[in-house]
Design a protein around this ligand. Structure first.
Ligand code: ADP
Ligand code: MG
Length: 452
């Protein structure tokens, strides 16, 4: 059952209960009003009869007066009067006013029993009449109460129905954005991150919609970054191969040719039995082979990159700083290195070096700083922190799209389970890059906001 159907059913239930309670209250009120009205009518009628009976002994025509007395009850809604003769028969009965639409019998029963009829003896049995019987007549009142009751129930039912329709419309409208959100989630699940939902509606939904849009944006950006990195990797590989092909062609090719020529010459000299020129050609071959050995070593080291950190991490970083100091003597480099670098795994050393390299390059290239501080330290909880902070113009640097340095650093750090933050400082000038790597294999906490 859908959430919308549940909510509508719940509200319909509540409306039905209040409708039943309203009907019960209206019924109870009608019952009270009817019994009060009948009792009052009967009391009034009894008084009228009593006072007429007081005057009866002085009457010249008691029979006529008694008939007139009964006739005064014609049209009374609450009481029917009957003039009784001996034998319990009525000589005359008043006509009650007829009710409108009659109420169903169950409604009359629900309103309770009518008060008992009252019999008042005619004083001295004047003119042979025995008594006047006053009987309560509830029909007209029950009819009126029925009319009122049905009116109230109809009004309640009508307003409940209108209320329910409004609730249905409001809930349908409120649930529409949820359906849109569910559709978009389905598309994200299928790998399409381009969809966004409109951010409108109640606050609870707004949060959900904003969250969804942020998530889809982040997914799209990550996918795009991965694509760019992949492209870059391919280009780099192709460039590298073209380079190697060129080197093989330009450097090794001519020397092989030269070696072949020298060998040919030695063979010819040998056949001719001349030995004086041989040494010179042998020397030439040796020189060519030496040259080719160097070239091959270079090529091999490029194919299987020598780990920069094989020198030692500190030495590699010092080398880097020396490289920049020579080119930018106006920048002061402030270094805090690790004591026990030997304990770091090779993969971690690589990452540390690459982060320092990229962050220092960025500082020099983008920040025009006076000072660059590079610090490495290990906390008590086995977290290795790498911080590169400069006092350049980081704060007003316009963010450049397509810079892959930051992305590359982040991915390298993530590959060993670490976290990285890199950005302009909040206060004052400069830019700070901080990476945290856990040395015990646990996931690193996100570095707190970069701050000088
Ligand atoms: N230390 C820094 N000082 C000022 N701006 C920086 C610094 N580091 C990074 N940036 C800004 O961040 C951008 C992205 O850096 P990066 O991803 O390394 O790309 P790239 O160096 O190729 O431009 C830079 O273009 C620069 O605008
Ligand atoms: Mg860069």
């Amino acid at each position: 059952m859908s959430l919308r159907a549940r909510v509508v059913a719940l509200i319909a239930g509540v409306l039905l209960i209040s409708l039943l309670l309203g009907a019960a209250a209206a019924g109870y009120q009608a019952r009270e009003a009817l019994s009060a009205e009948l009792a009052a009518g009967l009391g009034g009628a009894q008084q009228t009869v009593n006072s007429a009976f007081e005057d009866l002994p002085n009457s010249d025509h008691p029979a006529r007066d008694l008939r007139q007395l009964v006739a005064t009850f014609d049209g009374n809604r609450h009481v029917r009067a009957s003039l009784m003769i001996p034998g319990g028969r009525a000589a005359l009965t008043s006509h009650t006013r007829s009710a409108g639409a009659p109420a169903p019998p169950w409604f009359g029963r629900l309103l309770g029993p009518s008060p008992a009829a009252r019999q008042i003896a005619v004083p001295g049995h004047a003119a042979g009449f025995e008594a006047i019987v006053l009987a309560p007549t509830a029909e007209a009142d029950v009819g009126a109460a029925w009319g009122e009751f049905t009116g109230i129930v109809t009004a309640l039912t009508g307003s409940a129905a209108v209320g329910l329709i409004l609730v249905y419309l409001v809930i349908s409208a409120a649930f529409r954005p949820l359906r849109a959100l569910a559709d978009q989630f389905g598309r994200v699940g299928a790998g399409d991150y381009s969809g966004r939902v409109a951010e409108r509606g109640p606050t609870e939904l707004l949060g959900l919609q904003r969250g969804f849009n942020r998530m889809a944006g982040e997914l799209a950006a990550t996918t795009e970054r991965n694509r760019l990195l992949g492209d870059q990797l391919l280009t780099l590989q192709e460039e590298e191969r073209a380079d190697i092909a060129r080197d093989l062609h330009d450097d090794i090719g001519p020397h092989l040719f030269a070696v072949n020529m020298d060998a040919e010459m030695i063979a010819q000299l040998g056949e001719a039995g001349r030995h004086e020129g041989v040494t010179e050609h042998v020397r030439s071959i040796q020189a060519a082979v030496k040259h080719m050995q160097r070239q091959v070593r270079d090529l091999l080291s490029r194919l299987r990159p020598a780990r920069i950190t094989e020198l030692g991490l500190n030495a590699a970083i010092l080398d880097l700083v020396r490289f920049w100091s020579a080119r930018r003597p106006d920048i002061a480099f402030n270094l805090t290195l690790l004591d026990e670098e030997a304990e770091l795994p090779e993969a971690t050393k690589d990452v540390v070096y690459r982060v320092v390299q990229e962050a220092a390059n960025n500082a020099v290239r983008h920040g025009s700083p006076k000072t660059v501080r590079i610090a490495l330290w290990i906390d008590a909880d086995e977290t290795l922190s790498i911080s590169v902070a400069d006092d350049g113009t980081g704060h007003d640097a316009a963010p450049t799209l397509g810079g892959l340095g930051l992305v590359g650093m982040r991915e390298r750090v993530a590959s060993v389970g670490g976290t990285l933050s890199s950005g302009p400082n909040h206060a004052g000038m400069g830019w700070t890059t901080i990476a945290r790597l856990r040395l015990d294999g646990a996931a690193a906490a996100q570095p707190s906001e970069a701050a000088a």
